[in-house]
Design a protein around this ligand. Structure first.
Ligand code: HEC
Length: 127
């Protein structure tokens, strides 16, 4: 089974030139995207600036929801567009100042479920 996955991987990523046309790329490899776990989402999107347990370019993400008084809506709005949030939310303004006006990347396309997974990953990991 592992071999099949490997072959599909090679076919999928290795044959974009067009000569090696194959029908296997029709396989729903992208269906896996739905299952991207919190760790992968965190590494792909957030790890440039955040560590789960330590301050880095931005604050440690462990316990972040508590710092937002468990206001998930406000915190997720911040993650999707921190600039807008800084204008409207006093806590957002405060952390923006504390972090010397470093503007966080906006992630308008992350769903609630995806952010849930990232936060759960950061909160539960023991490093
Ligand atoms: C370019 C760097 C950068 C990236 C990438 C980034 N952040 Fe941030 N983040 C920051 C900075 C800096 C702050 C501090 C607030 C500010 O400066 O606006 C912050 C603050 C936060 C906060 C508030 C933390 C608190 O203590 O209240 C959360 C939550 C957060 N980020 C989540 C995320 C998530 C989730 C991702 C990935 C999807 C992410 N960040 C990606 C730089 C980044």
């Amino acid at each position: 089974m592992k071999n099949i996955v490997f072959v599909l991987f090679i076919l999928f990523f290795g044959c974009t030139g067009g000569e090696h046309k194959n029908t296997l790329t029709q396989q729903p490899i992208v269906a896996n995207e739905k299952k991207i776990d919190g760790e992968t989402l965190f590494i792909n999107n957030c790890a440039n600036c955040h560590k789960p347990d330590k301050d880095f370019t931005g604050p440690a993400l462990q316990g972040s929801l508590q710092r937002w008084q468990n206001d998930k809506k406000a915190m997720y709005a911040f993650i999707r567009n921190s600039q807008k949030s800084i204008e409207q939310n006093s806590y957002a303004k405060q952390i923006f100042k504390k972090w010397n006006g470093t503007l966080m990347t906006a992630f308008p396309n992350l769903s609630d479920e995806e952010i849930d997974k990232i936060i759960a990953y950061c909160d539960n990991i023991t490093l």
